[in-house]
Ligand binder design. Structure first.
Ligand code: AMP
Length: 249
């Protein structure tokens, strides 16, 4: 069984993002880019399933600019077997990515697609759900445990106030939550090995997909600056301020 793992190249989580002065978006020129953290968890999970013998091949796929090849090489160094770049310089929105992934699902026929629950750049949390709808596949989002057995996959999800366990028939779409696993460190020998693995490049047109944006960003702005705090002399003043000024008690 094959597993398809979509990985997105995003601004590294340690970078303090800056909004462009014209409000058209965030500045990503000369900024460190990395694999979306939830996607690292997805690659790790797929590789663990292969190491357990439940999966035969892990295919990483990224949609975007040529530099996404670096992200794919990281996925290959974690342990993916081969990679596909759907290359385009156009802006890709979740619906377009979902359509591209649907075309790859039709072509590769994976038993599972494991995505991140959300990309930390646009926080859309849409692609996995849209892919499941377009490909007409069962979905389990926000997975904190994944187990394959008897041609089904059991997924435990963290929900408000507890855990929910779902059983899905295969093929299926899963999105990862933070607690699913802790991705391994990428070692130098594995980085070297990854350089020799297959990385195919296709375009949206090759897959027959119109990836044009359907949404227009009107404005991006910084959150308002937080005001300075004040020191209060005693608890009584604090309570009075919470009551009369903040009106929270
Ligand atoms: P989003 O819906 O944008 O929050 O993204 C959810 C997940 O979809 C990500 O964690 C990735 O697994 C996948 N994804 C989104 N955009 C891309 C992309 N350009 N290339 C590959 N995978 C993507």
């Amino acid at each position: 069984m094959k597993v398809l793992v979509p990985v997105k190249r995003v601004v590294d989580y340690n970078v303090k993002v800056r909004v462009k002065s014209d409000g058209s978006g965030v500045d990503i020129a000369n900024v460190k880019m990395s694999m979306n953290p939830f996607d690292e968890i997805a690659v790790e999970e797929a590789v663990r399933l292969r190491e357990k013998g439940a999966v035969t091949e892990v295919i990483a796929v990224s949609c975007g600019v040529a530099q996404c090849q670096e992200t794919l090489r990281t996925a290959l160094a974690i342990g993916a077997d081969r990679a596909i770049l759907v290359q385009t310089d156009e802006e890709l929105q979740p619906l377009a990515v979902a359509k591209l992934l649907k075309a790859l699902v039709d072509k590769e026929q994976p038993g599972l697609v494991i995505l991140g629950k959300q990309a930390i750049d646009d926080d859309a949390n849409q692609t996995g759900q849209m892919l499941a709808a377009l490909a007409d596949l069962p979905q389990a989002t926000f997975a904190s445990k994944v187990e394959l057995a008897d041609g089904k996959v059991q997924v435990t999800r963290e929900i408000d106030g507890g855990l929910e366990t779902l059983s899905l028939s295969l093929p299926a779409v899963i999105t990862t939550d933070l607690r699913l696993n802790e991705p391994r460190y990428v070692t130098l020998p594995n980085i070297m090995k990854a350089k020799k693995k297959t990385l195919d490049i296709v375009t949206p047109a090759d897959l027959g997909v119109d990836a044009a944006p359907r949404l227009k960003t009107l404005k991006v702005s910084e959150p308002p600056k937080r005001g300075a705090g004040v020191k209060v002399p005693d608890v009584a003043t604090l309570v009075a301020k919470l009551k009369n000024e903040a009106k929270v008690v």
